[in-house]
Design a protein around this ligand. Structure first.
Ligand SMILES: [Zn+2]
Length: 234
C-alpha cells in the first residue's frame, strides 16, 4: 500500500472520530432542552393540580358561609315567633324556617361531596409534587451529566485536532487537499478498500484493470464512479 494512502487512512480515522464527537457535541443542547421541557410540563401539571384543589377549597368555604348566613336567618326568625300577630303569620314564619333548614341540609350534602373531592384532589396534588421532586433531581443530574459529557467531548475533540494537525503536516499538500475535497463531497470516507471487486464507498463493481492497478500499488487509483481513493486490502 502506498505510504500516502496509509497516511490518509490514518488521517481519515481521526476525521471520522472527530466527526462523531462534533455530532454528539452538537446534539447535546437538544437533549438538554428536551429534559428541561419535560420538567416544565410537570411544573405545569403541579400548577393545574394546585388550582383544582384551591378552587374546591374555595367552593367549600362558600358553602360554609351560605350555611352560616341561613343559620343566622333561622335564629332571627325564631326570635320573631313570639312577636307574630296571628296564626297565618306564625305558619308563614315556620314554613320559612323549615325552608331554610332544607336549604342547609342540601348545602351540607354538597359540602360533604366537595370534601371527599378535596381528599382526592389533595392526594393527586401530593403525587404530582413527589413526581416533580424526583423529576427535578433527575433533570439536575442529567444536566450535570450533559455538561460533563460536553466538556469531555470538547477535550477529546481538541486532542484529535492537534493529532490531526501533526498527521496532516506529513502528507503531501496536493493529496491532502484532494482527500479533503472528496471527504467533503461524500461526507463519510475519501479512502476506501476494494471489497469483493467493488468500491468500498459506492459499492460499484470495479474494472479488472482498476483492481490490478490498486493491487500493484504503484500509483493512486480512484473509483471511476465516485472518485474515492482505492486501496487493496490483503
Ligand atoms: Zn466508488
Amino acid at each position: 500500500m502506498l505510504k500516502v494512502l496509509e497516511d490518509l487512512v490514518v488521517l481519515q480515522e481521526i476525521d471520522l472520530k472527530r466527526g462523531a464527537l462534533l455530532r454528539e457535541i452538537g446534539d447535546l443542547p437538544n437533549r438538554k432542552a428536551l429534559a428541561e421541557a419535560r420538567l416544565s410540563d410537570r411544573r405545569q401539571r403541579l400548577t393545574e393540580a394546585e388550582d383544582a384543589w384551591k378552587k374546591n377549597a374555595a367552593a367549600i368555604k362558600e358553602i360554609e358561609v351560605e350555611i352560616e348566613t341561613l343559620r343566622q336567618q333561622i335564629a332571627k326568625m325564631l326570635s320573631q315567633q313570639y312577636e307574630v300577630k296571628n296564626n297565618d303569620q306564625y305558619r308563614a314564619l315556620m314554613a320559612e324556617i323549615a325552608g331554610a333548614r332544607d336549604k342547609i341540609r342540601a348545602l351540607e350534602d354538597r359540602e360533604i361531596e366537595r370534601m371527599e373531592e378535596s381528599e382526592t384532589l389533595k392526594a393527586a396534588l401530593e403525587q404530582v409534587k413527589a413526581e416533580l421532586q424526583s423529576d427535578e433531581r433527575e433533570t439536575a443530574e442529567a444536566v450535570r451529566e450533559f455538561d460533563a459529557r460536553d466538556a469531555q467531548l470538547r477535550r477529546e475533540a481538541e486532542g484529535l485536532e492537534s493529532e490531526r494537525a501533526g498527521r496532516a503536516a506529513g502528507i503531501e499538500p496536493d493529496w491532502l487537499a484532494r482527500y479533503e475535497r472528496i471527504l467533503q463531497h461524500h461526507g463519510d470516507r475519501a479512502v476506501v478498500p476494494i471489497e469483493r471487486q467493488a468500491c468500498g464507498g459506492c459499492h460499484m463493481k470495479l474494472t479488472p484493470q482498476t483492481i490490478q492497478d490498486a493491487r500493484r500499488a504503484q500509483s493512486i487509483v480512484t473509483c471511476g464512479y465516485c472518485g474515492r481513493l482505492l486501496y487493496w486490502k490483503e
